[in-house]
Design a protein around this ligand. Structure first.
Ligand SMILES: [Fe+2]
Length: 568
């Protein structure tokens, strides 16, 4: 039987493209990885090119184009050379919940002559999927428990006029139960606090979360009350007027500002940064729980699937899991807008094939790979002295046991925000000072921010309380007390870890490496941070890895079986 190939294309904050074949994700990449512009909001031309080339296909092989936006976009006409009103001729009327698209930059009637595009077949339909529906689809159609009824929750700043929505996933279909607009944006509230703390809206929220455990919310409980919407019994009890939204393009990305950030900044000065961060985190957790739990009761399900940028908040995810009310807790591992291309394409596929099998997501290695021959050629062209080592896992484990910092570049790049052992900087976490060492020598980022561990799946109960499979660093867990001083460089101020449990089946090389390291040191766990410098997207290409290696204090760069070593 002929396969169904759907190309998902997201153009906006974190532009991306993805390819779904018969319901399976086969390629997914954000444009920032090619352009090197963080959160790149340009047209995802290189991402589309990669998706097609990775499978050796052209637009002639694409059966459908899925776009996570409710309204038509003139730029798509240029990308796919769509004639006339093709975008309006949808094969099925798509949950066009609202048609608000403020991000769209209009382009001219005709593209410039040098514009390299991807002409689609005359017969290829373009399907528009609402922004939040695409988030919901990314969660539901990747869940291990999709065979059972799910409550799906999507929360972000805003997308297609929606800031949060509650959905039912059942029997291969997604149904909207309720949605709320800008007046309920708990995401904007958290971002306003982030701006008040001195970081960028839509970028620095993870820093706010990282700072929160250093503070004590009881020192300022309630002071943010005027700045957020309030939920009770699964409903919006008090809408919040955020005032005027300022939005502009800068540094190749979309930027936001609300004037409330100024008022919150005064509170930061009065009460202290850590305490305001802690209070913002408390408010977020409390409000999202007040929204979600009543719906789980109403729907009589213990299965919760989540997506949308707010679920990048691993502490929020931990609170849900620790409450013990959830049987299957699934957070799509790329819950921000970069995951929308996958979501739109999955939705389009299952809308047409509701009884087709659903494939639970097991890894996120959907990005570009470079062969040993390509890597060797790149090293030779630069006249670099390198070694080729057969048992690369044993070699790297030995260097890590010597407390060296190792860049580990293997196979296909991760989609999503976390390095999961293919574009990683690794170090032993057995010494408390290593967190500061890696910050000072390699990452150049704020000292308070925690680092994540990658640990052997088999050892998860030794390190994590209330452990479950967690392959994507998307939920934190309280660390087992016996490990607090054994792996101090990855234990956060609140004694939590944000782990990747590494399964041999999904990444054999990385699993072997950690196993070897465990054999040498007794700890089957490594500090794992993304291969890049603060403020840059994750590294994609070997050339960028080489640049990064010589621009900071990394000791060893391993690419495939090739090794570059300083002073070695
Ligand atoms: Fe979103």
């Amino acid at each position: 039987m002929k396969s169904t190939r759907i190309l998902g294309v997201h153009s906006g904050h974190d532009s991306s493209a993805a390819l779904i074949v018969d319901g399976k994700i086969v390629a997914d990449v954000a444009e920032e990885r090619f352009s090197r512009i963080k959160h790149d909001a340009g047209l995802p031309l290189r991402s589309i090119d990669y998706c097609l080339k990775s499978q050796g296909i052209t637009m002639a092989d694409i059966d459908m184009i899925a776009v996570p936006a409710s309204s038509s976009m003139p730029s798509l006409n240029h990308i796919f050379d769509l004639k006339g009103e093709r975008q309006e001729k949808l094969p099925f009327k798509q949950a066009a919940i609202e048609s608000v698209r403020t991000l769209l930059k209009k382009v001219g009637e005709k593209p410039p002559l040098y514009f390299k595009n991807f002409p689609a077949k005359e017969s290829t339909p373009v399907v528009h999927v609402n922004h939040h529906l695409a988030h919901a689809a990314s969660a539901y159609y990747t869940s291990i428990a999709a065979g059972e009824k799910q409550l799906i929750v999507t929360i972000d700043g805003i997308g297609d006029g929606i800031s949060c929505a509650i959905w039912r996933g059942d029997k291969g279909k997604i149904e909207l139960l309720q949605k709320w607009g800008a007046e309920s944006s708990i995401g904007w509230f958290y971002s306003n606090v982030t701006e008040a703390l001195g970081w960028w809206h839509g970028d620095g929220e993870g820093k706010t979360m990282g700072l929160a455990p250093y503070g004590d919310y009881t020192k300022c409980q309630g002071v943010l009350e005027k700045y957020h919407p309030k939920f009770a019994n699964g409903q919006l009890a008090e809408p919040h007027d955020f005032g005027r939204m300022f939005m502009w393009h800068e540094r190749g990305a979309v930027q936001w500002h609300f004037d409330e950030a100024y008022a919150i900044h005064e509170l930061v000065k009065k009460h202290g940064r850590e305490h305001i961060a802690a209070e913002a985190q408390r408010v977020l957790e409390e409000q999202v729980k007040a929204l979600v739990y009543p719906w789980m009761e109403k729907e009589q399900t213990q299965n919760l699937s989540c997506s949308g940028g707010v679920f990048l908040n691993v502490k929020l995810n931990q609170r849900f899991w620790d409450d013990g009310k959830i049987k299957h807790h699934h957070i799509y591992a790329n819950p921000g807008d970069a995951g929308l291309a996958v979501g739109a394409a999955l939705y389009a596929y299952y809308q047409a094939n509701p009884s087709a099998p659903i494939y639970p997501i097991q890894d996120l290695y959907y990005g570009p790979a470079y062969s040993a021959k390509e890597i060797e050629g790149i090293l030779d062209a630069r006249n670099l002295t390198y070694k080729r080592i057969d048992n690369i896992e044993e070699f790297a484990a030995t260097r890590l046991a010597e407390n060296k910092i190792v860049a580990w570049f293997q196979g296909r790049m991760e989609s999503g925000p976390r390095a999961l052992g293919n574009r990683s900087i690794l170090m032993s976490s057995n010494r408390p000072e290593n967190k500061d060492v890696i910050n000072a020598r390699v990452k150049f980022r704020e000292a308070f921010r925690p680092f994540c561990p990658s640990l052997l799946w088999e050892k998860r109960h030794e390190y994590l309380q209330n452990a479950r499979d967690e392959f994507f660093m998307i939920t934190s867990f309280t660390a087992q007390k016996s490990k607090w001083d054994k792996v101090p460089a990855v234990v956060h101020a609140d004694k939590t870890l944000r782990p990747q449990t590494v399964n041999q089946q999904f990444n054999r090389r990385f699993w072997n490496l950690i196993k070897e390291f465990g054999g040498l040191t007794g700890e089957h766990l490594l500090l794992n941070t993304s291969l890049n410098i603060m403020g840059e997207p994750m590294i994609c290409h070997p050339r960028e890895a080489i640049r990064c290696f010589y621009d900071n204090g990394l000791d060893v760069l391993v690419m495939d079986n090739f090794v570059l070593e300083k002073n070695g």
